[in-house]
Design a protein around this ligand. Structure first.
Ligand SMILES: Nc1ncnc2c1ncn2[C@@H]1O[C@H](COP(=O)(O)OP(=O)(O)OP(=O)(O)O)[C@@H](O)[C@H]1O
Ligand SMILES: [Mg+2]
Length: 265
């Protein structure tokens, strides 16, 4: 039997969306010049998998997430979800940004209900708002306004706003980057629990090598801009993981070396 401490994959039936990147290149126009950002990226992410993306600042990670969310179209190559070419945003693929962008004049409950409202589902699925508040540990704060929440709570509310739509693919762009170290540890455990319970595919951009090692089944390391895949690392350790585990420490060394930070070992 699989015990709670030895889960390696989502507990629920997998409802995640798979992702296919094929020879994906992207650039921005800068006057008459091109700013190359992504360089021929090939990657497959399985349904329900948890992947972390690491790479130097400015290499193109957020750009890549935006392409997977369908917020921008790639200049070259293809981005697919469940093997269907992505041509625009969809509530089944949602992006959580580093800064929680809650509407200050709406209560937490109203902020979370936004996506359902936009899709005309607020009446039918209103009960999901309460369930999601509970899921992220914000029960009792439904009527609070964003300024009444701490940074960690606001980030949970931003997560809830996405989770209420029951996404098959969750794209997380440094969602814990602005949190203090202790809140960050709590939120890492919560992200892990949410992923294990819900079964969505999770693609997490982080600057924190430990965070990637604690959460992801696979870590993709990118070069400086234009981002190319330098290395893929499979992390087979069972969950929950302990940051001091020797196997994680060894992987951490490898990763820092690939990122060119071996002096920090
Ligand atoms: N809309 C845009 N127009 C022009 N250039 C852009 C645009 N978005 C991003 N860039 C440029 O593309 C490059 C990659 O940016 P991106 O935000 O994807 O990097 P990143 O890896 O997420 O960086 P960080 O780790 O600092 O968040 C940067 O040089 C950035 O200036
Ligand atoms: Mg970024």
């Amino acid at each position: 039997m699989v015990t709670a401490t030895h889960k390696t994959a989502p507990e629920a039936g997998i409802t995640g969306i798979s992702v296919q990147l094929r020879n994906l290149s992207h650039w921005f126009d800068k006057g008459s010049e091109r700013l190359p950002v992504l360089d021929r990226i090939d990657l497959d992410v399985a349904a329900g998998e948890s992947v972390a993306l690491l790479g130097p600042s400015g290499c193109g990670k957020s750009t890549l997430l935006r392409l997977m969310a369908g917020l921008d179209a790639p200049r070259e190559g293809k981005v697919g979800a469940d093997k269907v070419r992505i041509i625009g945003p969809d509530p089944s693929r949602l992006l959580v940004f580093q800064d929680p962008t809650l509407y200050p004049w709406r209560t937490i409950r109203q902020n979370i209900a936004l996506g359902l409202e936009a899709r005309g589902l607020a009446c039918e699925h209103g009960h999901r708002v309460e369930a999601t508040l509970k899921q992220v540990g914000l029960e009792g704060f439904g009527t609070a306004l964003p300024h009444e929440l701490s940074g960690g709570m606001a980030q949970r509310a931003a997560l809830a706003r996405v989770l209420v739509n029951d996404p098959g693919l969750l794209l997380l762009d440094e969602p814990l980057g602005r949190l203090d170290a202790l809140t960050r540890l709590t939120m890492q455990a919560e992200l892990l629990r949410l992923w294990q319970d819900a079964g969505f595919t999770s693609i997490l951009v982080t600057h924190d090598v430990e965070e990637a090692l604690l959460l992801a089944q696979r870590i993709i390391i990118f070069s400086a801009r234009p981002a190319r895949i330098l290395q893929e690392i499979r992390v087979d350790a069972p969950y929950p993981r302990h940051r001091d585990a020797p196997e994680l420490q060894n992987l951490r060394r490898d990763i820092l070396e690939t990122l060119g930070h071996s002096h920090e070992l």
